[in-house]
Design a protein around this ligand. Structure first.
Ligand code: PEP
Length: 254
């Protein structure tokens, strides 16, 4: 059985005090419990602190971004090699906020995916459609294009030990009701497409959902057969709500 993977994307939030207190309380609550598969993505400046704080726990640390280059004259950037060196496990690639605000395109996303794999980190490829695309019934086409970027350039094996996060852009950062059956259908569509290339990878790959997930809807979302985890933004900044979500895992039997 796959353990649901819960990732907290803290985005541009938190400070040294918040990171330390939150992680101290979280480590205490989880108490080395191996049933949990949890990761925290703090801002870049807090990664090292988060790694040191969670060293003896089951919590793994995720970076929100990397540069397309491994090293060199790229002022202000951080490479996958550097993240690997300090003990990061996962890296978010192609989050919609980076695609939109930083104009990341397919070429950048592919380069970042390659950098992450080259350094034996685990990429979390974020995919999903805008509201306009959803209204035009292009959701499947958009998701397919975004996963095909990897398959066509690197081959299906690139998805071995990789994660896909389906994050419809219209649902991110909002508090909107989620039509869980529809989300499940998209997840199934993504998995079925991977299955066309490789049955084993399609079974093993973690396909997470992200967008307006909270402690009230998390259980129903995680109970869906093709939803293997959740990526949480806003709600993960509230310690009590985050703990409620984590506790839900005990009720998930697939
Ligand atoms: C996200 O940005 O990855 C996300 C899922 O945000 P939120 O949970 O706030 O919708």
């Amino acid at each position: 059985m796959k353990k649901p993977l819960i990732i907290a994307n803290w985005k541009l939030n938190g400070n040294k005090y918040f990171v330390n207190i939150f992680l101290e309380k979280l480590c205490y609550k989880l108490n080395k419990n191996k049933i949990y598969n949890i990761s925290i993505a703090p801002s870049l400046i807090h990664l090292n602190e988060a790694i040191l704080k969670t060293k003896k726990s089951c919590i793994k640390i995720c970076a929100q971004n990397i540069d397309i280059n491994s090293f060199g004259a790229f002022t202000g950037d951080v490479s996958a090699t550097m993240l690997k060196n300090i003990g990061v496990k996962y890296v978010l690639i192609g989050h919609s906020e980076r695609r939109i605000y930083h104009k990341e395109n397919n070429k950048d996303i592919l380069k970042k995916f390659i950098e992450v794999k080259k350094n034996n980190l685990i990429p979390i490829l974020c995919i999903g459609e805008t509201l306009k695309e959803k209204k035009k019934k292009q959701t499947k086409k958009i998701c397919l294009n975004q996963i095909n970027l990897i398959i066509n350039n690197l081959g299906i094996k690139a998805f071995k030990n990789s994660i896909i996060a389906y994050e419809p852009i219209w649902a991110i950062g909002k508090k909107i009701p989620i039509k869980i059956q529809k989300i499940q259908k998209i997840h199934n569509f993504i998995r079925s497409n991977i299955k066309l290339y490789d049955k084993k990878i399609s079974k093993k790959i973690i396909i997470q959902y992200g967008g307006s997930v909270n402690h009230k809807n998390a259980e129903q979302i995680l109970k869906q057969p093709d939803i293997d985890g959740i990526l949480i933004g806003n709600n993960s900044l509230n310690f009590n709500n985050f703990i409620k979500i984590i506790k839900i895992i005990k009720n998930i039997k697939k």
